[in-house]
Design a protein around this ligand. Structure first.
Ligand code: IPE
Ligand code: IPE
Ligand code: MG
Length: 253
């Protein structure tokens, strides 16, 4: 081991204590990508990657609570993901159902409030019921607001917002002169959540794939090659460490 490795490793993988308590992002959003490639690398079916992805998420939720992150929004299934082969879509739907039911008790015990972020109309009724049940059971929790983006597409979210606003305007329920950036956000699925401070995408893709386009106007981006099932607590702590080194200016000097 090199003389410098202890220093190096403490910078690369900080402990929670080494992170600045007063600069923890309030809202972290994650594009959990790379499950399929993780499985292919191991000559496993893509479904094995999705299963391993659920495990990884469990770790990140626990660490978020430990860190004092208040909002965690994860991209679990995009409105574009319906275009995948039927087998994979069906596997994913079933995995959501099983995982939601299996994890609900422990999420609730840990004070996690679950919320579905996405277009509910097209969500199969059994899954929607599981989400609504989770939302109801955890509605009084406030340790961590955990948003699951499912059947989520940001452009559609924005169009829906515009349609709602137009309808309200035609009934004189809203004065368009009063519409601003702040109250426009109230028409989005993320109503009530502050904008993400930090957006993480795993798997080495440098794109946002129709995720939270309005909300990430001033988020700090962190793209990492690690595939989602390999993204563990230490990787998350390291990401937060790098977040704490960013200088967020919001256009000011
Ligand atoms: C992310 O992993 C999970 C979903 C999109 C549902 P992928 O399934 O996209 O994995 P890759 O990108 O093909 O490796
Ligand atoms: C984005 O990943 C959606 C989720 C992680 C759920 P994709 O794998 O669907 O995104 P693209 O197709 O690489 O842009
Ligand atoms: Mg992908």
């Amino acid at each position: 081991m090199s003389l410098f490795s202890p220093v190096f490793s403490s910078i690369m993988t900080p402990t929670i204590k080494e992170l600045k308590k007063n600069n923890i992002p309030e809202h972290v959003a994650i594009i959990m990508d790379g499950n399929g490639r993780w499985a292919s690398k191991r000559k496993l079916p893509r479904s094995a990657g999705h299963k391993a992805g659920v495990e990884a998420l469990r770790d990140i939720i626990t660490t978020s609570i430990e860190l004092g992150i208040k909002f965690l929004t994860v991209y679990s299934f995009s409105s574009e993901n319906w275009q995948r082969p039927e087998d994979e879509v069906n596997f994913l739907l079933n995995l959501f159902l099983v995982s939601l039911n299996e994890e609900l008790g422990s999420l609730d015990k840990n004070g996690v409030r679950v919320r579905l972020i996405g277009e509910r109309k097209e969500v199969p009724s059994e899954i929607l019921k599981a989400f609504e049940n989770a939302e109801k059971k955890t509605r009084d929790n406030d340790n961590l607001y955990f948003n699951i983006a499912f059947n989520y597409g940001s452009r559609q979210e924005i169009i829906n917002a515009i349609k709602k606003i137009c309808k309200e305007a035609s009934r004189n329920d809203i004065d368009l002169e009063q519409l601003d950036e702040r109250n426009f956000s109230d028409y989005l699925f993320t109503k009530g959540c502050p904008d993400p401070d930090f957006l993480i995408r795993t798997s080495g893709e440098y794109r946002v794939s129709n995720f939270l386009l309005w909300q990430i106007a001033y988020s700090e981006f962190y793209f990492i090659k690690t595939l989602w099932p390999d993204f563990k607590r230490k990787d998350f702590l390291r990401a937060i460490y790098y977040y704490q080194r960013r200088n967020r200016r919001f256009g000011r000097l």
